[in-house]
Write a protein that binds this ligand. Sequence first.
Ligand SMILES: [Zn+2]
Length: 581
Amino acid sequence: MSISSLRRAALASSALSFVFVGAAIAQDAVPQDAAPPARESTPFTLETDQPRTAEQLAMQFDKADLSIKVMPETKTIDAVAVLDFTATAPLAAVVVELDTLLTVSSVQVDGRELPTDGWSNPEGRMTIPLAEPLAAGGTVSVRIAYAGAPRVAPRAPWDGGFVWATTADGKPWIATAVQGEGCDLFWPCIDHPLAEPARVDLHITVPSDLSSPSNGRFLGTVDHGDGWTTWNWSAAHPNTYAIALNIGPYEERTVQYQSRFGNTFPLTYWHLDSDDPAKVDALFAEFTPMMDFYEATVGPYPFGDEKMGVVETPHLGMEHQTINAYGNEYKLDGRGFDWLLHHELSHEWFGNQLTNRNADDMWLHEGLGSYMQPLYDRWLNGEAWMESSLVGQRKGLRNRFPVVSGSEKTEDQVYDGAIGPGNDIYSKGSLIAHSLRMLIGDEAFFRSVTRLVYGTPDPRPGQFQPRNGTTREFLSIVNEETDQDLEWFFDGYLYQAALPDLRQIREGDELALEWVTGSGDAFPMPVEVEIDGRRQTVAMTGGRGRIASPAGAHVLIDPDNKVLRRLEHIEVWRASGGRGG
Ligand SMILES: [Zn+2]
């Protein structure tokens, strides 16, 4: 998702003023029913990607079977989750996360009902001691019945939960977006990127005049004849925050896509039935060429045995695996494609197929994902459009914290620009990827990306599974592909807040160049220099170089903007209040 810490700060202040306005109105209003006590998810629940317990480290998540009835009128859910685990080490208790806003009415272990004191969920981390500890290899099935009013998203997708909207013609339009808080806002799970269930089956019951597209393969509907219909779906290896409910008066548009890898799968768009058909047509026409770009650039669509799905949502967007959220309202921006659709689709490769091992490596999702839009500008319209897009990203960099810190982080610690890289994981990540591509060339760059995403340079449909990766792993792949040690590149760009600075000192008829990085380590990044129109490459061995440059000659450093570096004119502009990116 596209988030900027600036935007988050602005939203926080506007939310604050809304509270004050609300209080002023409440004082003047005639008291009606007593307001319910303020309810909020625990701070633990609102974080995601926190360290797992010893029990969770010993639990392999085989399957989650989720039956969720969604009641628009009361903004509540009534749900049963059946969770299957295999112990990978001796296991005395099952530990999952579930928001305490939801009331658990029943817990069964392997079909046996537990007394109410047979489990506890004090902070949103639910512990279910087992009567007999499991040995490694043993399996356990836990059934949890729960209900209530789930967290309402204060501002989806940046501050997430349920979105209970209505369409212009007054019909319920409901979505979930929980990237920042995690799956435990509405189903019991292990809220950690390394705890993906091998399969999630969904049985979503909604009013029969609404549709409920969701993750994975469609397994049909069951009309209960009482005004409620259940929509059945099954998803393999879903990213934990990617499970999403989407409910509304949707119409469906599907085309069978013929992949360049030989397989065929559906591209489906669920849009509101009230949308302008011409706008629907135009967006839907973008699906096939976007898919072909990604398959040509990165590799086979990772979920070709399910579908590519997009659903129109009341919030801007989110990378929900095989059911991407689209809420950009068909806005045109002159680039010839919908950037939001393209960005969210990138996450099927960068986020869902490749998932970071920890949020500290989130730039692998957002930076590589954000580089795909300038590359698509190039794919469609040529180099100038890519460069224009990269310049737009360049103007938004903050450089206050490193893109990667090197130690484990929660997602909030990464996204909050006051304490972490924030928006730099998007634009700076993209520009770093571009500099890497310019340095090592297309063949090594794209082979490295493909290996990172699939674990192999030659992925074939059906022959790979979603995987977890890290920045260090990406470095070692790049080193293998280039037969060089590019640690200086990764350290200088990703692990330092400051951008590498190319210092220039005139010494007689020569120009002396020196790279200065945040760490002070050598940064042997070659750079092209144009002296009075004649272009040369300075090798910058050891981070230093010299080039003949007669007095009065016009010097242009890096004429093609291949190298991300400190640019004083952007700093001056930002200091004057300029904002970009
Ligand atoms: Zn994103």
